[in-house]
Design a binder for this molecule. Structure first.
Ligand SMILES: *Cc1c(COP(=O)(O)O)cnc(C)c1O
Length: 398
């Protein structure tokens, strides 16, 4: 089918208009790295500055600001994560949220000496695990994964045992887009007595992950990818309710304490998910996330996933026909693939500046992969075709 027919038949096409226009843009294929701003967010941030911050000043903290991270967390949990209320909150950056939950999980498994993570996980995840392991004299057990795949129960199982404290994986791999079998891997880790932390950065807002149903212990995810929170938007974290009492996070700040405004001696964590907060929440930075959560609620996460699958299927077809010399470095099975694809070609690095100049914006992942991130609510089939045709045209001129 042609892009025009696919766009005409796309029930989510009307949502394309909700995003801020970008002059000179031909194809934005990087919505998995930095989502586009919603027009509603421009208004919301402006209203926040003038009415809430400007109008209410410090009274805002008593008038709802302190509850907002948890309220957005509950909405996000309901709309995109299959999480009952009280388990999700907007938090610090993804890196800091990961650090806090890794440390908390390790403390809850005293005497166990190993952390399992994959070699292809996102750098921040690997660096944190390596640093914490070094501090505590723990051993990192590495899962080696195929270039076009990711972690599977078969690859993980041999590394689990009575010494495993924690397993840290990404739901969708940032490069290959491999969508892990979260329930099966979580079960294996639990059978070994370990806790599991899933990094949802590349799935939240595009691939549904029913965390409660799948028995996930801990999760974090990014606010500026498919949640369109804007550069540096805060992350969210999920702590399964049964674990909230047992886990203590290490950054004991006043706003995660039981009675912050008493300014008392000695730290006592707040009950529930609030105890996983540390300092003053980033009020401005979390505003745009509200609009994307509302939009996901309106469109429905299953419809978003259906369009995502159609977009990546279409992209794979185009790559096969227009770029026969490029290799798909992502799963061919849509059921095991997230919202992006990576294609490899030895000359892709040379192409990147030319593409960006022409308004075609994918990103590049070493050694020679172009990553096409297709955010369903802001990306048309026509854009996907225009982008891949431009890659083919430019490659032919090199
Ligand atoms: C984007 C991303 C991060 C980013 O972390 P920041 O602290 O926001 O820079 C972390 N992990 C994964 C898997 C990501 O994709």
């Amino acid at each position: 089918m042609h892009a025009a027919e696919l766009d005409a038949a796309d029930p989510l096409a009307p949502y394309l208009d909700r995003f801020v226009a970008s002059p000179g843009l031909v194809a934005y294929l990087d919505g998995n790295s930095l989502g586009r701003p919603l027009r509603a967010s421009v208004e919301r941030v402006q209203a926040f500055l003038t009415e809430e911050w400007g109008g209410r000043l410090i009274r805002g903290w008593d008038e709802g600001w302190l509850d907002l991270p948890l309220a957005i967390g509950d909405d996000l949990g309901r709309v995109a994560l299959g999480a009952a209320p009280g388990q999700v909150t907007i938090a610090d950056s993804t890196t800091v949220s990961l650090y806090k939950l890794i440390r908390a999980a390790l403390d809850a498994r005293p005497g166990r000496t190993e952390i399992v993570i994959d070699r292809d996980n996102f750098p921040t995840d690997r660096y944190l695990v390596e640093g914490i392991a070094r501090d505590r004299g723990l051993t990192v057990r590495w899962v080696e994964t195929p270039h076009d795949g990711g972690v599977t129960p078969e690859l993980v199982e041999p590394l689990l045992g009575p010494a495993t404290a924690l397993v840290v994986f990404s739901s969708v791999a940032y490069r290959s887009a491999w969508f892990a079998d979260i329930p099966a891997i979580t079960r294996l880790a639990h059978d070994a007595g370990a806790l599991v932390l899933w990094d949802l950065c590349h799935s939240v807002g595009v691939v549904p992950t029913p965390l409660d149903e799948w028995g996930v212990d801990l999760a974090v995810g990014c606010g500026y990818k498919y949640l369109n929170g804007g550069p540096g938007a805060p992350s969210f974290l999920y702590v399964r309710s049964e674990l909230q009492e047992q886990l203590r996070q290490p950054i004991q700040g006043w706003l995660g304490s039981a009675r912050p405004f008493e300014m008392g001696q000695g730290y006592e964590p707040a009950a529930g998910i609030r105890g996983f907060l540390s300092g003053t929440p980033p009020m401005v930075g979390m505003q745009p996330i509200r609009d994307m959560v509302a939009l996901l609620d309106e469109a429905g996460i299953d419809a978003v996933r259906a369009k995502s699958v159609a977009l990546t299927e279409f992209a794979v077809e185009l790559v096969d026909s227009l770029l026969p010399d490029a290799a798909l470095a992502s799963p061919r099975d849509a059921g095991r693939r997230g919202g992006h694809i990576t294609i490899d070609h030895p000359r892709f690095a040379e192409l990147m500046p030319l593409l960006w100049e022409r308004g075609v914006i994918p990103d590049f992942r070493r050694p020679d992969g172009i990553r096409l991130g297709l955010s369903p609510l802001s990306t048309s089939f026509a854009e996907v075709e225009a982008g891949i045709r431009e890659i083919a045209t430019l490659l032919a001129t090199l």
